[in-house]
Write a protein that binds this ligand. Structure first.
Ligand code: SF4
Ligand code: SF4
Length: 412
């Protein structure tokens, strides 16, 4: 549980919507902020990283499979097999996309660390001794967002630290147990940055080829966060570069106003739909904070179950959000849609690559540089949402593209 001496944030998570809630969330809504609907209950427990399904695949025999290892070892090329999207060329491309993320994550492995996954990325240069004066937090927030975009982020939001979303403990790879999830003292804010995944590659999920959109996301994130953090340290402030380590990215992305939570457990953003990877920089640099934004995703998910229909192992829930997930790999005491991570990971392991079918089929997975998709997105946030869903389904806009078709285009 969070340290009681620390200032505690309001109980409700600033997200979700009154419609489509079960009894638990209605009760908590009455007691709390009327604008909130992603509700934290009295049964809330901070999530422990050791229970993350990827970590469990390293210590829990009920999850571990022959293929589990490859999710941590993209240095070794899996055996190609028959089937479009799983040739040597597909695996070669996917594994190459992870290279930069692997260079960072390998650095501390002998001590049981994995930077970017279990532990923050180590700073390369120290903090400057002299500190700049921040007179205008709004101006510095604007500057930092521009710097983040220069270093490769597609979207950026800023929020305050909320320890509820930090792991109780870190996972130690060497002793396969807990380690303290320490951060430097005095950090106050989190810069959340999003990298969009490549639209054309995502359209080929499930395939090893599509995994390159995920791997390149991680590699770009690693490069971005270390440069942004170094810039902040050069201003004389503390900055900790974080990817999947230290804290849950989803609540922070929502708190920082970057998107809304979807049934598929992804943050759906106005700019790129669900096709975004998030990372974080914890800092004591004073900055103006962003607020959560809503554009109708909860209401849309209430009438759409396309991700649940399309998920091969049926890991995505139908119906209303619930307070608890199906097993220990879900956070407890937060009313939300929660997928069955054991089923999801089992499918990944059987396929031998990552899956994001639930991302590809989502009606919000569109190329919003096109005006007609922006119009449809805006209408999806109104009472016309049902019409948009029907049209989207009839036009089969999220059909899988054959991986060989993607390769065909590269030679044009
Ligand atoms: S990633 Fe694939 S298996 Fe996992 S929830 Fe999404 S569709 Fe289902
Ligand atoms: S597919 Fe439909 S239900 Fe699933 S996240 Fe997207 S909009 Fe929501």
């Amino acid at each position: 549980m969070p340290d009681s001496k620390e200032p505690q944030p309001p109980r409700n998570w600033p997200q979700n919507h009154p419609s489509g809630l079960d009894d638990v969330s209605r009760r908590y809504r009455r007691e709390g902020d009327k604008a909130a609907d992603f509700v934290v209950t009295e049964n809330f427990e901070q999530f422990n990283q050791i229970d993350d399904v990827f970590r469990r695949s390293q210590w829990d025999d009920s999850i571990r499979t022959e293929n589990s290892e490859q999710f941590y070892r993209s240095h070794v090329l899996p055996k190609p097999r028959k089937g479009d999207g799983f040739t040597q060329r597909d695996f070669a491309f996917r594994n190459a996309s992870w290279t930069l993320a692997n260079i960072f994550s390998d650095r501390g492995e002998e001590e049981g660390r994995r930077e970017g996954f279990l532990d923050p990325l180590d700073p390369y240069f120290p903090k400057a001794e002299q500190k700049i004066e921040v007179e205008d937090p709004t101006r510095i927030a604007r500057e930092i967002k521009n710097i983040c975009k220069f270093f490769g982020a597609h979207i950026v939001g800023i929020t305050n630290i909320d320890k509820r979303w930090h792991y109780q403990n870190r996972y130690d790879l060497k002793n396969q147990g807990d380690r303290p999830n320490d951060l430097p003292d005095g950090l106050t804010n989190v810069i959340v940055i999003g990298h969009a995944m490549d639209y054309d590659l995502v359209q080929t999920y499930p395939s090893a080829l599509a995994g390159a959109s995920c791997g390149s996301g991680y590699s770009h994130e690693a490069a971005s966060v270390v440069q942004i953090s170094q810039y902040i340290r050069n201003l004389g402030y503390e900055a900790v570069s974080s990817m999947n380590d230290t804290a849950l990215a989803v609540p922070y992305a929502i708190k920082a106003g970057l998107g809304e939570y979807g049934r598929n457990q992804l943050v759906i953003t106005p700019e790129f739909g669900p096709r975004v990877r998030f990372s974080k920089i914890f800092t004591d640099l004073p900055m103006a904070l962003d607020q959560p934004k809503k554009f109708g995703i909860t209401e849309f998910c209430n009438i759409c179950e396309r991700c649940a229909d399309a998920c091969p192992p049926k890991a995505i829930p139908r119906g209303q959000p619930t307070e608890f997930g199906p097993n220990k790999s879900s956070i407890r005491g937060v009313v939300k849609w929660t997928a069955d991570c054991e089923k999801c990971f089992g499918y990944w392991a059987r396929m031998g690559s990552d899956c994001a079918i639930c991302m590809r089929v989502c009606p919000f997975n569109k190329d919003f540089s096109k005006w007609y998709y922006r119009l449809a997105r805006n209408l999806a946030g109104t009472r016309l949402r049902k019409l948009i869903l029907v049209l989207d389904s009839r036009l089969k806009l999220n059909k899988r593209v054959k991986p060989s078709g993607w390769w065909g285009k590269q030679g044009d």
